[in-house]
Design a protein around this ligand. Structure first.
Ligand code: ADP
Ligand code: MG
Ligand code: ZN
Length: 476
């Protein structure tokens, strides 16, 4: 019988924190900007400049630690991780090795096989590096230090995951917790959340872990899933052929669906870590921790409980709405205006999620206001517009946050409630389609659908389908 293998996975997840300024200087953390405009002597590593820790970075790190059941290290320090690379102007990265701010946590994930706990080895604070741009046309490399010094936390899991499904569930859970905290927007495609996947395989039942590789450059759940499957197979093939897996860093190429070796894995010793002499140790008092704990938001479980009690909507809706803090906030704010939970939920779960998916956006990118969604709902409630017009208006509102009342007015989209006009149109339609009229009268009920369609077309979509149906039946 063929050997059975088990995959073992541990993740190192980098998250860019949502502070306005960088971790050790006052420069802006805004994404983009002309190259090297968000910089100063500190974040470009000028000799003699001194870093000053941004307190908000510590606040966020503590909050994420508490949300992931970690112990907070009350006496914690920064260390220098030494390496040369042009995107790292100091020739060291300020990070934490010996006393990371959070340790020994766990998060619960849910997969098809049920619930499971994934251990968090530690969370540490560090600074991001700049970006190299390779200009092939000019045959040179340019560097942009705008990202240099943007605050990161690195969340290091225990090797507790066994499949791509568990990895995705874990990442989704982290992303949800961190978004609920407002500590980051966690966008994989923009790099504000980045995952390195450490993976090894071992024979089913083996006690020891196999040798692992680390894969970088994974910027979507899809790429992560493919990389895990591809790397698992590559390692199994090596073992089956009697060869060994080499501990190394590999880069996953999602287009070619293959990973290739980048460099052999370095050890902590290679970096000559030592405590950064420019930064004093951080002492985190009990009061500080309690202050952060008191400010933690209502997380998903509590929110779901409250929704069950306060809103008359199905459990299914509650699950989807609370999956994202942004969606949940929008839901509550809109219901506060119009008091129609189920209708608000329908718009959010249906059209909103559909358009987000279609445009590759997430709930954090939603631009329309609760007021405008409430107005759209009242326009349909009062039958001022019909449901297909409402969808059209919604799409424009989704793009540009237009005021639906004004838009409907301006574009003349209001349903024609003038019965006389409607009757006149229907009479014309009947006269033009004698065959359908006859079919209907001969018992072909479906023919009426065609006549409704023709009427709606003649009315440019601005009729109430129920009214059209009623008048049609009467005239037929
Ligand atoms: P390093 O600091 O050298 O990167 P760590 O021991 O901190 O190494 O581990 C880094 C990540 O690799 C952690 O997420 C850990 O869970 C994971 N890991 C360690 N050993 C294995 C293994 N044998 N198989 C899969 N993942 C592993
Ligand atoms: Mg590592
Ligand atoms: Zn700076």
């Amino acid at each position: 019988m063929a050997k059975q293998y088990e995959t073992v996975i541990g993740l190192e997840v980098h998250v860019e924190l949502a502070t306005r300024t960088k971790i050790f200087c006052g420069c802006s953390t805004a994404f983009g900007g002309a190259p090297n405009t968000h910089t100063c002597p500190v974040c470009t590593g000028m000799p003699g400049s001194l870093p000053v820790l941004n307190r908000q970075v510590v606040n966020y790190a503590i909050a994420v630690g508490l949300a992931t059941n970690c112990s907070i290290t009350q006496y914690c320090k920064f260390d220098r991780k030494n390496y040369f690379y042009p995107d790292n102007p100091q020739n060291y990265q300020i990070s934490q090795l010996y006393l990371p701010i959070c340790t020994n946590g766990r998060v619960e994930i849910e997969t098809q096989d049920g619930k499971k706990s994934v251990g968090i080895h530690e969370i540490h604070m560090e600074e991001d590096a700049g970006k190299l741009i390779h200009d092939e046309w000019e045959d040179c490399s340019l560097v942009d230090y705008n990202r240099s010094g943007v605050p990161l936390i690195e969340i290091v899991s225990e090797p507790d995951m066994r499949s791509a499904e568990e990895v995705i569930a874990y990442l989704e859970k982290l992303r949800m917790l961190i978004q609920y905290l407002g500590a980051s927007d966690c966008k994989l495609n923009e790099g504000s959340m980045r995952a390195d996947v450490n993976l090894s395989v071992r024979e089913a039942g083996a006690k020891e872990f196999g040798t692992r590789t680390e894969m970088k450059n994974l910027n979507s759940f899809r790429a992560i899933t493919h990389a895990i499957e591809g790397e698992r197979e590559r390692q199994i093939e090596l073992l089956e052929a009697g060869q060994q897996v080499i501990q190394e860093t590999r880069r996953w190429d999602d287009a070619k669906e293959y990973s290739y070796a980048m460099r052999s894995k370095e050890d902590a010793q290679d970096y000559r870590y030592f405590p950064d002499p420019d930064l004093v140790p951080v002492y985190i008092s009990d009061e500080w921790i309690e202050e952060i704990r008191a400010g933690l938001p209502e997380f998903r479980e509590e929110k779901m409980r409250r929704y069950r009690e306060s809103f008359d909507i199905p459990e299914y809706d509650i699950g989807i709405l609370t999956d994202s803090k942004h969606l949940a906030d929008l839901f509550e704010e809109t219901v506060a205006v119009c008091n129609q939970p189920k209708k608000v939920s329908n718009w959010l779960m249906g059209e909103t999620l559909r358009l987000l998916r279609e445009r590759n956006m997430d709930a954090g990118d939603i631009r329309f206001s609760p007021d405008n969604l409430a107005k759209l709902i009242s326009l349909t409630d009062s039958r001022a517009i019909n449901s297909s017009v409402a969808k059209e208006v919604f799409e424009v509102m989704f793009e540009e946050n237009v005021d639906p009342e004004r838009y409907v007015e301006e574009k003349g989209l209001k349903t024609v409630n003038d019965e006389g006009a409607l009757r006149e149109t229907i009479e014309k339609v009947l006269a033009q389609n004698p065959q359908s009229v006859e079919d209907y009268r001969n018992g072909k009920e479906k023919a009426i659908g065609f006549l409704v369609g023709q009427t709606m077309k003649a009315m440019k979509g601005k009729a109430d389908p129920a009214a059209v149906n009623g008048i049609l039946k009467e005239l037929l």
